[in-house]
Design a protein around this ligand. Structure first.
Ligand code: MN
Length: 373
């Protein structure tokens, strides 16, 4: 058993001292500012991985407040250099999308382990998280930290965008701040200030340009929905034109512009034949139907949209003639196992593939790449 653990422990042999996986652009940006990455990122990652290997036991040997604080201070030193509101990536390998994780560190760990194995075989692979890392489950700090650490240890391969739960008001009500206070008493507030600063630097949207030869498929990832101006909803907005106007770098969505709010909060609705629906207390959240969706997609030259934000018993649902995929990637929610979590794989020229987040499901997916060396 010990030997197995040791092998598993060495599993994530990330070469973090070399940072060879940084994209050219990221590397030159860090180099210009004379920034090197502090070993705390690696230390925290290894500690959390070990807790996962010890049966997802985070209480016996928890990371200290000081470690977490230094971790997020380091993250906030690095991230602003790389921050963008909408990120566009050219991708030449299989691309995996993860829906809301909401503290489900068991699922996140399985995905990370799978993806780490995959990039040894296919370094061009990409992993994209659609936001909502915290709230609704007890180990949300651990879940967020594991994902953030992994993304920094594999820069250029893992993308995190912001969800509506990366928000101060929401975290006051749905568990994250309570969990921090329970773990660290009043020092939890100091840690939260570092974390919320990180949230404000997360991109609100990601465009995957998935290549095959001279062909490109363009896939938009947002947490909620498309940006919509409710007073001119039939005039599709162009992402490159609105990017500079987005105020998504605020600590809560009540301080953001309505377009950012609609990208974080809105939902697709198959029942709407024409236009949009807004609630009584409209503040940018709305439901959009197929005509508004199609107009936006063609105006932005997009083939597919991937989002999270809503929970589905099967972990996913397709909308609008399968041009929109809605993912949910946590099994437990508000303390109960309720869902069958899924991720989505996209590859140019192949149909979208839904994969179960379980050891069996991910091993089966990995076996597809056995023939690669
Ligand atoms: Mn959400």
């Amino acid at each position: 058993m010990e030997e197995f653990t040791l092998i598993k422990k060495n599993f994530f042999a990330l070469e973090t001292n070399k940072y060879h996986q940084l994209s050219e652009q990221q590397f030159s940006s860090l180099k210009k500012k004379n920034i090197t990455i502090n070993p705390i990122i690696r230390e925290v990652f290894d500690h959390l991985v070990q807790c996962c290997l010890d049966g997802f036991n985070f209480t016996q040997n928890p990371l200290s407040f000081e470690k977490y604080l230094r971790f997020y201070q380091e993250v906030n030193r690095l991230i602003p250099t790389l921050a963008k509101k909408i990120v566009t990536d050219d991708i030449y390998g299989p691309t995996y999308f993860v829906g809301d994780t909401h503290g489900a560190i068991h699922e996140s760990y399985l995905i990370i382990e799978f993806f780490y194995k995959l990039i040894q075989k296919i370094p061009e692979s990409k992993l994209i998280f659609v936001g909502d890392y915290v709230d609704r489950n007890p180990y949300d700090l651990e879940n967020l930290t594991l994902i953030v650490a992994f993304s920094l240890l594999c820069p250029g391969k893992v993308v995190l965008i912001r969800g509506n739960h990366e928000d101060r008001k929401i975290n006051e009500h749905y568990g994250f701040i309570d969990n921090l206070l329970r773990a660290f008493w009043e020092k939890g507030e100091e840690l939260y200030e570092e974390i919320i600063q990180f949230f404000t630097h997360l991109p609100i949207a990601h465009i995957s340009q998935i290549h095959s030869g001279s062909q490109i498929a363009r896939v938009l990832t947002v947490h909620g929905g498309i940006p919509i101006d409710p007073y001119h909803f039939m005039e599709p907005l162009i992402l490159s034109e609105i990017e500079s106007k987005l105020e998504c770098d605020k600590p809560e969505s009540s301080l953001m512009d309505p377009l950012s709010v609609s990208m974080l909060w809105s939902d697709p609705d198959e029942m709407i034949q024409k236009g949009i629906l807004t609630g009584d207390h409209f503040n940018g959240r709305l439901q959009f139907g197929i005509d508004v969706f199609n107009a936006f997609m063609s105006a932005n030259n997009l083939d597919l949209l991937v989002r999270g934000h809503q929970k589905w018993p099967d972990g996913w649902k397709a909308f609008f003639n399968s041009r929109l995929y809605s993912l949910f990637s946590t099994a437990s929610y508000d303390g109960r196992i309720q869902f069958s979590p899924k991720i989505l794989k996209l590859e140019y020229g192949k149909p979208p593939k839904i994969i179960s987040i379980s050891e069996d499901g991910l091993n089966l997916e990995f076996s597809e790449f056995q023939s690669y060396n």
